[in-house]
Design a protein around this ligand. Structure first.
Ligand SMILES: *[C@@H]1O[C@H](CO)[C@@H](O)[C@H](O)[C@H]1NC(C)=O
Ligand SMILES: *[C@@H]1O[C@H](CO)[C@@H](O)[C@H](O)[C@H]1NC(C)=O
Length: 446
């Protein structure tokens, strides 16, 4: 009892001031006790090291676990059995193909990405990374002011290729790309398409080392050549070139806390009493995702067929190596440097009294635009996300998403608790757009 109380007290005090100490960026790397850098330059262990772990800003290149290599196939999203919540996935991509944040819901033969009031929506991301390939999604979008549906490719070095749909324009898909997380918005282009809400279209990203194409229903809508992306300042091609996850997302660009430009881009602030919501949430529907893996670029380092690893911090194609290394973490307290930390078999020897982020918050599916729904420091311990009991890595029994069919078409509001989730608080804006945080000492002595 005493130990539990101590842990809670530690967690509570630690929660209030260490966020800034756990930030990277601007030449600053993550500290050794929280070595893995997430999408918003927040540092942590556990889930921070498994997916979206930035090789440019992490404490060491080995802190991030290797990226599982591309796996081709047609992924039918007609069940949630291939979806694991982010706080359960420890890196074994041979067991699961999709990781979720927020609340995916099964509806007929598709998965709905849902967004209820007070949440940052839902993100599905692939466990395997693609290093050039053709990636297609059959899907419909949501609609309404401030509501953004996204199908993007995102690398750990923050390269990004986007299809995005703002909810006030159902006749266009917006295409965009970014390199190394530099938010240059001048590369966006509209691609004309008919009623993205009612019609299932097939959207494809055809990503080759020399050229990138966006296709809709088999028609080429846009292409960008790598040779046209030279940046004279940085002396590199601002072209997406590092292994990337497939992400499907519904996220709230129109939150008042977001930058004005983002809210305007998305058509205004979100109406949480909108007729476009059903069962208490906005939704987009994904039927299937197909992935064709291309050969690695000529001259690529290594010939392993298990993973991609980074050999330096440049975030360029040349820094990527094909490897046979695989790392599966023993617990949410582990890192690539210390993969068995916190596993039941590991010693519980003394650790520094530090608080540390275990699971990223926010909705990285917003990509470069998602600045306002990021992990914004550490939330109040009462918000749920800071409760160590919810982050205990001991329950591995059911790692899948919610298996309820909570969607009744045309039924208006009042479905079964749209905001509830297997990840208490993870999708919540107040306490839960923030990371799950714990005091290491507290966990070690429990
Ligand atoms: C795309 O179309 C919308 C109108 O629906 C417009 O506001 C926006 O500026 C266009 N974007 C580009 C990049 O042309
Ligand atoms: C070139 O790269 C620099 C450094 O990353 C960046 O700040 C700048 O915006 C880039 N220029 C263009 C035109 O994208």
């Amino acid at each position: 009892m005493f130990r539990r109380a101590l842990a809670a007290a530690l967690a509570a005090t630690a929660l209030t001031g260490t966020a800034s100490a756990q930030k990277a960026g601007n030449g600053q790397l993550c500290p050794d006790f929280a070595p893995c850098c997430g999408l918003y330059n927040d540092c942590g262990v556990g889930a921070f090291c498994v997916q979206g772990c930035d090789p440019v800003h992490s404490h060491s290149l080995g802190a991030c676990v290797p990226n599982p290599q591309c796996k081709g196939g047609n992924y039918k999203l007609n069940s949630l059995s291939d979806v694991q919540t982010i706080d359960k996935y420890l890196g074994d991509a041979s067991k699961i193909n999709w990781v979720s944040q927020g609340r995916p819901v099964l509806y007929e033969d598709s998965i709905l990405l849902t967004m209820a009031e007070g949440t940052v929506g839902t993100l599905l991301s692939s466990t395997h990374y693609v290093w050039y390939g053709k990636i297609c999604a059959k899907m419909t979008t949501s609609q309404g002011k401030g509501v953004v549906t996204a199908f993007i490719m995102m690398s750990d070095a923050k390269d990004e290729i986007d299809f995005e749909w703002v909810g006030v324009d159902t006749e266009n898909a917006q295409s965009n790309y970014y390199a190394l997380g530099v938010t240059d918005y001048t590369n966006g282009r509209n691609l004309s398409v008919s009623n993205t809400v009612n019609n299932v279209h097939e959207y494809c990203i055809d990503w080759k080392p020399e050229e990138l194409k966006w296709l809709i229903d088999g028609n080429e809508m846009r292409s960008v050549k790598r040779s046209d992306t030279w940046n004279e300042t940085s002396k590199r091609f601002d072209y997406p070139q590092t292994p990337s996850r497939v992400m499907l997302s519904l996220w709230p660009a129109g939150l008042p806390s977001n930058e004005k430009g983002t809210i305007e881009w998305a058509g205004g602030e979100i109406d949480w009493n909108s007729p476009y919501m059903q069962n208490g949430y906005y939704y987009a529907m994904v039927q299937s995702v197909s992935v064709e893996c291309y050969k690695p670029p000529s001259g690529a380092k290594g010939n392993g067929d298990k993973s991609y690893i980074y050999t330096d911090r440049s975030g360029t194609e040349g820094s990527v190596e094909r490897s046979n290394k695989q790392v599966i973490l023993g617990s949410l307290y582990a890192t690539g440097e210390d993969p068995q930390e916190g596993a039941e078999t590991a010693s519980t020897a003394s650790r520094p009294t530090q608080s540390v982020n275990l699971v990223p918050g926010g909705n990285p599916g917003g990509g470069g635009r998602g600045e306002g729904v990021q992990t914004s420091g550490i939330g109040s311990p009462t918000g749920g996300a800071g409760n160590p009991d919810q982050a205990q890595p001991t329950d591995n029994s059911d790692g899948t998403g919610n298996n309820d069919r909570g969607f009744n078409q045309g039924n208006g509001f009042g479905g079964q608790g749209a905001g509830s989730s297997l990840q208490p608080g993870l999708g919540k804006v107040g306490g839960g757009a923030v990371a799950i945080v714990v005091a290491i000492l507290g966990l070690m002595v429990l």
